[in-house]
Write a protein of this length. Structure first.
Length: 318
């Protein structure tokens, strides 16, 4: 059995539901069932008794082995943290995660300043959603992660922990460092000739017949916070948005589609590069705000991370 299978079993034990566990570990319910069966077959016991509507009950044998599986997962992740710490100190490398979307959160400014101040550090950038990034952070595979959070970010993270047995077991809230950077409002990328543009802003109520482009980078994208906030904003204007999820397509192609009037792209930040025929504008109303944040692990003592945090704090002070 591998770590993902163990984490899946632990998620099912926590939720007593294949469908709820699927949300936690970011797999489909059928994949969760397959991974649980693989662990049961390898151990030669039944950990769960299946009930109706994907519900389960832990068997007597399952109750006895789950604590061992939890200790295996914890030990593996502590090993990752230790190895990451050793490698970071030796190689002076820094790995940071950024959101995967049509625009950034503006993180390129802070990354650029960091590289300018500390050219000796080898920086590696990856792209991941919040759940994946925090999971990688907890196991030492990355040093920090840019992401977005609601205004009350500590409550936001506490709620997140309730949905992730994996993180709540190895990454208590007091171990996670959170630095709020700046508040933002949603932007809209539209064709420069779009009739909804009025005085440099876009009226959401005039977009009822439009198609809205969002980047697809994980299962159940419709449950993503950004999508849900946008849907609620549209509902406040008495329409349900026609959302098209796009995965394997370059940003330049997507913005070319926007320029030609094929759809609209809600963005978290105005790109530095303006695409021909496209305008990125705010909405006429402030429907919701979010905060750009940096997550890091307080127990990570690497020199590269400390340098990065110094850069962030200097930016905030100025």
């Amino acid at each position: 059995m591998d770590l993902k299978q163990i984490e899946t079993v632990l998620a099912v034990a926590e939720t007593l539901s294949f469908s709820d566990a699927a949300w936690k570990v970011n797999f489909s319910p059928s994949s969760v069932s397959q991974q649980v069966s693989a662990v049961e077959n390898e151990l030669g016991i039944k950990i769960f008794e299946r009930k109706a509507r994907s519900k389960v009950m832990i068997t007597k044998a399952g109750t006895s082995v789950i604590p061992y599986l939890r200790r295996i997962a914890d030990a593996y992740n502590r090993l990752n943290l230790h190895v990451s710490s050793v490698l970071n100190d030796q190689d002076n490398s820094f790995i940071i995660s950024c959101p995967n979307g049509f625009s950034t959160l503006g993180e390129e400014r802070w990354i650029s300043d960091y590289c300018r101040c500390y050219p000796e550090v080898q920086l590696h950038q990856i792209f991941a959603d919040q759940k994946t990034a925090l999971s990688m952070l907890s196991t030492g595979r990355i040093d920090a992660a840019f992401n977005m959070a609601s205004e009350n970010i500590l409550d936001d993270y506490a709620a997140y922990l309730k949905h992730s047995i994996f993180l709540s077991n190895i990454l208590p809230e007091d171990k996670l460092g959170i630095i709020p950077l700046e508040k933002k409002n949603i932007m809209i990328a539209v064709s420069e000739r779009h009739p909804a543009i009025k005085d440099g802003k876009v009226n959401l109520a005039d977009l009822t017949n439009e198609k809205f482009f969002f980047r697809h980078f994980r299962e159940n994208m419709e449950e993503d916070d950004k999508i849900q906030h946008f849907i609620q904003a549209c509902h406040s204007e008495n329409f349900h948005p026609d959302i098209k999820f796009i995965s394997d397509m370059r940003n330049t192609i997507v913005f070319s589609m926007v320029a030609s009037g094929q759809g609209i792209a809600p963005l978290m930040h105005c790109p530095d590069f303006i695409y021909p025929g496209v305008k990125v504008l705010p909405l006429t109303k402030e429907y919701y705000t979010f905060t750009t944040v940096v997550y890091y692990l307080k127990t990570n003592r690497s020199t590269a991370l400390n340098k990065f945090l110094d850069c962030i704090k200097e930016w905030l002070e100025n």
